[in-house]
Write a protein that binds this ligand. Structure first.
Ligand SMILES: Cc1cc2nc3c(=O)[nH]c(=O)nc-3n(C[C@H](O)[C@H](O)[C@H](O)COP(=O)(O)OP(=O)(O)OC[C@H]3O[C@@H](n4cnc5c(N)ncnc54)[C@H](O)[C@@H]3O)c2cc1C
Length: 365
């Protein structure tokens, strides 16, 4: 019988270097999975040892607790990208451990549109469907055809078509009804247009200012990267404003009635984007500033980015507890002022019985 070699499961591995926040404790056990078989092996190991299995991609959307994780942390490092192309479409099957932005760059070079506005987002390809990443008027679900995953409840490889992924605004079934069930190993994209998407006001303005008419997908990527850099939203080790998880909170979506009530009670302009007849999206950054937390807010080793009030940053030696404390304070003040309970975008690892985390997920009083 052939025996398959698996990477070693290591003990007490510090997780901070695997996260963009650069903080948090160690994984009691750790494995870097480079094949689908490694993923299955790790799942079985966790089951046999009765330990929780925590999946990590690029660590750009997680806060790891200071005490670390008493379980097996599996970093998805499966690499590879297959493309099939013809005049009308580009299909890519990308392994979950590939870095996201180089894939966007590769697609943009082909001239196909669909991912250009998602330029500069850190993390892995496998991380993108989890919260249906989005920016500047595009969402990754616009271009996903299906995902391949290990269904850990049945220990088998499954393919989930886009329409069954439960995609919504910064959401999918993978972070709502099926948290922890599917370990994504591949994402399959299908791109069918060579037209770039330039709809978001900042992008349109940047292109106009540069005199770019009828922008190509490369023009839009260029614009998005330039705009993101001014907001500290492109990872840069020399810019401490990027030591974050990006936006800490998602933009709240409220119903029209609540929006009208807020408009009546608020003196001055209240920004809101109409999503449908019933719903309005309010910029979380605006709510946070109105609640008294301005760009560059500093509290010891934690603070808000000097370029973007939505990014909570590690100024150097912050602890996870300090990050959470600031997030709780912001959420409390916004709730007191506007009655809106901000929802975190990040995932929290190693905080199982933490009341502060429960509060961060609270939707009303
Ligand atoms: C500077 C900065 C800017 C950002 N800008 C944006 C933005 O514009 N738009 C946006 O939407 N997000 C943004 N983000 C957030 C983040 O980059 C994305 O959500 C990213 O897709 C997360 O991927 P990851 O691989 O880093 O996931 P991780 O942080 O490693 O994990 C996040 C969650 O996904 C799960 N997960 C990861 N990989 C897999 C897998 N293969 N299978 C199953 N579960 C998995 C993890 O278990 C965890 O629950 C930004 C973050 C930073 C630091």
């Amino acid at each position: 019988m052939l025996s398959v070699e698996h990477p070693q499961i290591q003990r007490d591995v510090l997780l901070s270097p695997f996260t963009t926040l650069g903080l948090g404790g160690s994984a009691r056990w750790y494995i870097s999975a480079t094949t689908v078989d490694d993923v299955m092996y790790a799942r079985q190991w966790a089951l046999d040892h009765d330990k929780p299995l925590v999946v990590l991609g690029g660590g750009s959307n997680v806060v790891v607790s200071d005490s670390g994780v008493d379980g097996l942390v599996m970093r998805i490092n499966i690499k590879g990208c297959k493309t099939t192309t013809n005049k009308n479409q580009l299909e890519l099957e990308v392994s979950a451990g590939e870095d996201w932005d180089p894939i966007v760059e590769q697609v943009v070079q082909t001239g196909f549109g669909g991912l250009e506005c998602l330029s500069g987002i850190p993390g892995s390809v496998g991380g993108t469907p989890i919260q249906n990443v989005g920016a500047y008027g595009q969402e990754v679900s616009d271009s996903i055809q299906r995902v391949r995953a290990i269904d850990s409840t049945e220990n088998r490889v499954v393919e989930i078509e886009k329409q069954d992924c439960g995609f919504g605004y910064r959401s999918s079934r993978f972070r709502t009804i099926d948290v922890g069930r599917f370990i994504l190993t591949h994402v399959i994209f299908r791109l069918r247009t060579k037209k770039a998407k330039a709809v978001y006001p900042d992008v349109v303005k940047w292109l106009n200012d540069k005199g770019v008419q009828d922008p190509s997908v490369a023009d839009v990527r260029h614009a998005v990267l330039a705009i993101r850099r001014t907001k500290g939203m492109v990872l840069d080790s020399s810019d401490s404003d990027t030591r974050s998880i990006g936006s800490f909170f998602v933009n709240p979506v409220i119903d029209n009635e609540m929006y009208s009530r807020m408009t009546r009670n608020f003196e001055g302009f209240l920004p809101g984007f109409k999503l449908s007849k019933e719903e309005v999206k309010i910029p979380a950054a605006w709510l946070i500033e109105q609640a008294g937390f301005l760009k560059g807010h500093r509290n010891g080793e934690v603070g808000l980015s000097t370029k973007h009030p939505l990014a909570i940053v590690n100024r150097g030696k912050a602890t996870a507890r300090e990050i959470i404390d600031l997030a709780v304070l912001i959420k409390r003040r916004v709730a007191d002022r506007f009655g809106i309970f901000l929802k975190p975008e990040a995932r929290f690892v190693g905080f199982e019985t933490d009341d502060a985390i429960k509060f961060l997920y609270k939707e009303n009083d």
